[in-house]
Design a protein around this ligand. Structure first.
Ligand SMILES: NC(=O)c1ccc[n+]([C@@H]2O[C@H](COP(=O)([O-])OP(=O)(O)OC[C@H]3O[C@@H](n4cnc5c(N)ncnc54)[C@H](OP(=O)(O)O)[C@@H]3O)[C@@H](O)[C@H]2O)c1
Length: 240
């Protein structure tokens, strides 16, 4: 008999999970607030809740649950290794368009053939890790995913202030991000472009002077990243 599926949290990840099971016509129950006082007894409980709530639930609620309940959380920044608890970390920025069926997730948890079959049968694509990766794992996601999101929005704002329309700005910046990413993915350090990679100091200093007046904290970031890029191009190594 199929195990029951429960979902706590209906934010970005919880909503994507509900859509994912819904598309497959797999029944799942979204838990109402206060569920922690009477947690489910058996099946799969997906914790699509903020990381602090995951930690608390694992600390306070998990010990009260029977062995028939398997917990699944998504918090790639937490290091939790225990019985009947799995990390299923989508290495993606989740939003209303996200489809679990198209994403790679990191799966860390105890060897569990039943859970592995569940993941396959429900079209989750996983990369399995026996041991939980260190802090560098989630730091990589923040560096490569979250920071570029912020910088993209900062770029949009600068173009808007230079008189470009929203549509023009998005077209230009999306093209730039896509071509930059493709280059870096295929060619590594040698594909880095821009004034810091070329050693165009006069251009850099002019842009830093402009940013110091309009967005001083971005100016600090611009200078620091430019120094890192120049060093990487000089030595052929990304990390110092
Ligand atoms: N978003 C991403 O791109 C992404 C990517 C990879 C992994 N993750 C991980 O996925 C998890 C969820 O992130 P998210 O982005 O989906 O967060 P989110 O959009 O902020 O949603 C969290 C939801 O959990 C609810 N909630 C809080 N405490 C709860 C509890 N005790 N029981 C039931 N519901 C509760 C919140 O409701 P209220 O607002 O009413 O409190 C909210 O609806 C986190 O562990 C995160 O690290 C997220």
């Amino acid at each position: 008999m199929a195990k029951a599926i429960y979902i706590a949290g209906r934010g970005r990840v919880g909503a994507a999970l509900v859509r994912h099971f819904g598309r497959q016509a797999v029944p799942c129950r979204v838990l109402k607030s206060g569920w922690e006082k009477r947690p489910p007894k058996r099946g799969y409980l997906f914790l699509a809740v903020p990381d602090a709530a995951v930690e608390r639930i694992c600390r306070e609620v998990y010990p009260t649950t029977p062995k028939g309940l398997t917990l699944v959380h998504f918090a790639g920044g937490l290091s939790i290794s225990r019985e009947r608890t799995h990390l299923l970390h989508p290495f993606a920025s989740m939003g209303p368009e996200s489809e679990f069926g198209r994403l790679w997730c990191l799966w860390h948890g105890p060897a569990d053939g039943g859970f592995e079959r569940f993941l396959t049968a429900h079209h989750f694509h996983v990369i399995r890790r026996e041991s939980m990766p260190g802090p560098g794992y989630h730091a990589a996601a923040v560096l490569a995913g979250n920071f570029p999101q912020y910088l993209f929005l900062a770029g949009l704002e600068l173009l808007r202030r230079e008189g470009f329309s929203d549509d023009e700005s998005k077209r230009l910046l999306t093209q730039l991000v896509e071509t930059s990413l493709l280059g870096a993915r295929e060619g590594g350090v040698g594909t880095l472009t821009g004034p810091a990679a070329r050693g165009d100091r006069a251009v850099m200093e002019r842009e830093i002077a402009f940013l110091e007046k309009t967005a001083p904290r971005i100016a600090v970031l611009y200078r620091a990243l430019s120094e890192l890029i120049a060093q990487a191009v000089g030595h052929g190594e990304i990390l110092d």
